[in-house]
Design a protein around this ligand. Structure first.
Ligand SMILES: NC(=O)c1ccc[n+]([C@@H]2O[C@H](COP(=O)([O-])OP(=O)(O)OC[C@H]3O[C@@H](n4cnc5c(N)ncnc54)[C@H](OP(=O)(O)O)[C@@H]3O)[C@@H](O)[C@H]2O)c1
Length: 168
């Protein structure tokens, strides 16, 4: 099973502030939706709660929410107190590609535990003030397999580059 992080980060690796996103980029939202549709997704409890209520659980995806609160129940989601158990759940269900959708704490632990095989990184070409950051990827451990630059336009107001990376 592929275990893929999907993330959008500013030039300074900023990904969030006050439990929200830092930009509105329809092109990246479309990319996220297309990639994750039909798959299992794994999210930290804070990131899950940052999703506007009308969009959660994310439709047509199996939502796995990680929390340290053993009593937490969320309608329509699998709730687990262990990241590893969440990953194993997707594997047991025969998932081919599990998406790790954040936030910062979950990205950091998944990378530190070497549980990630692929990264979809949308680099937003701007520095943002933030309180949550994506870890710096070690270039010795990750190879870029695809890189697509998208120029800003009236809808997407920042230049961005879609990278795909694979674990070496
Ligand atoms: N730019 C992007 O692509 C992107 C993507 C996703 C999120 N974000 C942003 O990231 C921010 C949220 O990230 P965050 O780092 O604050 O929070 P997070 O990673 O979404 O969630 C943290 C929570 O997950 C649970 N958790 C973490 N490690 C755990 C473990 N080992 N075992 C069990 N549960 C564990 C805990 O939940 P409990 O407190 O319930 O115990 C913890 O408080 C928001 O600003 C969001 O908008 C950005």
């Amino acid at each position: 099973m592929k275990v893929s992080i999907i993330v959008a980060a500013g030039l300074n690796n900023s990904i969030g502030k006050d439990n929200g996103l830092l930009w509105h980029l329809p092109i990246d939202m479309k990319f996220f939706k297309e990639r994750t549709m039909g798959h299992h997704i794994l999210t930290g409890r804070k990131n899950y709660e940052s999703i506007p209520e009308k969009y959660r659980p994310l439709a047509n995806r199996t939502n796995i929410v990680v929390t340290r609160d053993a009593n937490l129940k969320i309608d329509g989601c699998l709730v687990t107190t262990s990241i590893k158990e969440g990953v194993e759940f997707a594997r047991r269900r025969g998932e081919k590609e599990l998406f790790i959708i954040g936030g910062g704490e979950i990205y950091r632990q998944m990378l530190a535990e070497n549980m990630v095989t692929h990264v979809y990184l949308t680099r937003v070409h701007e520095n943002f003030e933030a309180d949550t950051f994506f870890p710096e990827l070690d270039p010795k451990k990750w190879r870029t397999t695809s890189e697509i630059f998208c120029q800003k336009d009236p809808k997407d107001i920042y230049d961005c580059t879609f990278y795909e990376l694979v674990k070496i």
